[in-house]
Design a protein around this ligand. Sequence first.
Ligand SMILES: *Cc1c(COP(=O)(O)O)cnc(C)c1O
Length: 395
Amino acid sequence: MKYGSKQVNSLPPYLFSVFHQKKKKLQEKGVDVIDLGIGAPDLPTPSFIIQRLSEEARKPSNHKYSPYGGCSEFRQAVASFYKRHYDVSLDPDTEVLALIGSKEGIAHMISAVLDPGDGVLVPDPGYPVYQSAIHLAYGSMIPLPLDEAKGYVPQFDELSDFELADAKLMLLNYPSNPTGGTVDLNAFKEAVEFARRHQLLVVQDAAYDLVTFGGYKAPSILQVPGAKDISVEFGSLSKSFNMTGWRIGYVVGNKELIQALSIVKSNMDTSQFLAIQKAAAAALTSDFSTVKANNAVYEERMGKLLPALEEIGMKAARPKGTFFLWAKVPDGYTSQSFSQKILEEAGVILTPGTAFGAGGEGYVRLSLSVPSARLEEAACRMRKIMKGGSAGEAD
Ligand SMILES: *Cc1c(COP(=O)(O)O)cnc(C)c1O
C-alpha cells in the first residue's frame, strides 16, 4: 500500500531537512558542528517590528480572518515600497498579493500557471523549491544555462527551439541563491525581450532584493518598460528583516497572474495573521536602517571568510548580494566529496553545489549568517585539514 501519490512518492526528500537530520546525528555523537549550510539570517528581527506586532496582537479586530489577498495596510505598504525604492507604480488592490512566505507563493504560482507537460525554464544552479513545485504540478523542468563568467546571467542563446517548444514560464532569481549572482536592469530587459519572443511568462524571485553590498542596488524586473504585461516579482520579509519564522511575503506585478494565484490560494488558505501583516507593513515603510546594519554585518563576515577560503584553494567571487559565498572546491574534489570530507573531518557543514542542480557541480555554498567567531573557527578547521595541520604555525 502506497500512501502518497506518484508525484509525492517520486519527490526527492527536501534537501535541507536531510541536512538537518545529519547535523542532529553528529551533534548527538558530541561533535561541535558548525553549520554553514544555514539559509536563514542568524540576526534577530528588529525590535520596532516586534513592538508593532505586540501592539497589533492585543487588538481583537486583528484576531479574525484576514481578507484573502492580505489587508489593505500591508498591500499599500508593498506598493509604497515599490514606488519609493524602484519608482514602480502598483495598484495595491490588483497588483499586490500577501503571501504566507514567498516559498508558498512561488510553489502555488507554479501550480496556478502550469498544465501537465508545460515546460519551465529554471536557473541551474537554483533554489530547489522551484524544481519540486514544477514536479508537483506535473510540469517539466528546462535548465536555464547561466553564464558563470558574467556573474551568472542567463545565457538565452544556448537554448534551442526544440527545448523551448513546450515552455510556458521562466523563473529568475536575482540576487541569486546559491550563486550570489546579481544583474543590472539591462539583463532584466533582455530576459523580458526573450520571454516576449517566446511567449513566456516570467517569475522573478527577489527574496534577497535588499541584501546587497558595496553600493549595489538590485533592480526590480518591473522597472523594465512593459514587463508587467508578462511578469510578476516575489518578495519576502524573511531575509531583509530577519523574519523567516513569521511567514510573510508578497507578489507584485501582472494582475492576471496574481488573479490566478489568488484563486488557488483562496481555496487553500486565508492569508496571514493580521498582526503579522501590519508589523510587516511597518518594516516595509521604515527607513531601512536595520537592513543596512544587517548588510554591514554580512559584509564584515565576508571580508574575513573570503581570504581564508582563497588560502585553501577555494576561489569565490565577492558577491554583491545575498548572504552566501559560492566557492569552487579545491582541485581533485567534487562538490559532494569535498563537503563530505569537510563534514567528517572538520565538523563543518557546507552545502554541495549539486544540491542546487547539475550546474552546481564543482562548487559549495557557504552561509554568512553565522556569527563571526564561528566562521573563523570553521575557516581555521578547514585550513588545518587542507593544509595538513600547519594552521597553527601561521599565527
Ligand atoms: C529563502 C528564499 C525564499 C523563501 O523565503 P520565504 O521565507 O518563504 O519568504 C525564496 N527564494 C529564495 C531564493 C530563497 O533563498
